[in-house]
Design a protein around this ligand. Structure first.
Ligand SMILES: [Zn+2]
Length: 300
């Protein structure tokens, strides 16, 4: 059921008041605690709930205003591929419960939504309505479980992002943050599907996204320029969640070696470039959030 109580806009009220801090990585944190690369991180909501909860708690303690639920791959398509389709509701519900249990008053829980994992027709077997329905289904479970906002993130196709936005907007009036992933090419920033920041921003804003921006793929340095560019195309709040620099391969494992202090310096530049909401993606930890928070406080 859609309703319009003012409490639904609290996260956006905070965004209007000051820079809002999201959390950092969850996936790489879970891997550091033993999650294997083929395993679905979402499974740990029910198999290792204390670990997931501890990571959320660490982010809130570090100063995050918002933590994102461990539901990035929690849609029906992705869970089906991991033989977890039967646990769809339980996995998403439990994820919200774990984050809410450690969420202090005045802080928020974002229902995290990642790509469907399927290519849309004609590249894949599913039509836009199928994809939209899968996003609506996950969005509804997250909303019913009590999230404060929805965070659609790491999206690499504008068409699929639109399906997610439409599907989830169809089930809730909660704020929807939409974050896409861009690569830096010789001719500028592009999604994997070749879309420009301008095209993404204009289309998503027109279709009711409350906050727009980018996460993953880029390190903090490159993110400064992307946010600067995005600021040219919109006045609505922007979110930026860069990786902890560029990954390097060490002994067959991907590692991120950027020091949190350097990341935090860049975060200040990203804010100056026009970001209103900041956080970290792959390789970032509560220390990155803590450093960023300290720099933002010192700046005042
Ligand atoms: Zn990432």
């Amino acid at each position: 059921m859609l309703s319009g109580s003012s409490s639904q806009h609290r996260p956006l009220d905070l965004v209007r008041q000051r820079v809002v801090l999201f959390d950092g990585a969850l996936g790489t944190m879970l891997m550091a605690r033993g999650l294997s690369s083929g395993e679905a991180p979402e499974k740990w909501n029910v198999a290792r709930p204390e670990v997931v909860k501890e990571i959320h708690r660490a982010y809130f303690t570090a100063g995050s205003d918002v933590v994102q639920t461990n539901t990035f791959g929690g849609n029906r398509f992705k869970l089906r591929d991991k033989q977890l389709e039967g646990d769809l509701v339980r996995i998403n519900q439990t994820a919200v419960k774990l984050a809410k249990e450690v969420c202090p008053p005045g802080k928020f829980v974002a229902g995290d939504v990642g790509p469907s994992g399927k290519l849309m027709a004609p590249l894949g077997p599913y039509g836009v309505r199928d994809i939209e329905a899968v996003f609506a289904e996950q969005g509804q479970i997250l909303v019913d479980a009590g999230v404060d906002l929805i965070s659609i993130e790491t999206m690499f196709s504008l068409e699929e992002t639109m399906a997610a936005l439409r599907g989830i907007r169809g089930v809730t009036n909660l704020p929807i943050f939409v974050s896409m992933t861009f690569d830096l090419k010789p001719k500028g920033f592009f999604t994997l599907m070749g879309e420009t920041p301008k095209a993404c921003i204009k289309t998503l804003e027109e279709n009711g996204a409350d906050v727009l921006g980018s996460n993953c793929q880029l390190g903090s340095r490159e993110m400064v320029d992307l946010i600067k560019e995005m600021r040219n195309w919109t006045t609505i709040p922007l979110i930026a969640q860069p990786n902890a620099g560029s990954p390097v391969m060490k002994g067959g494992v991907t590692v991120y070696e950027q020091p949190p202090e350097e990341f935090a310096e860049d975060i200040l530049r990203i804010v100056e470039a026009g970001a209103d909401v900041i956080g970290g993606c792959c390789g970032t930890t509560p220390r990155f959030v803590q450093e960023a928070r300290q720099r933002l406080l010192d700046r005042r």
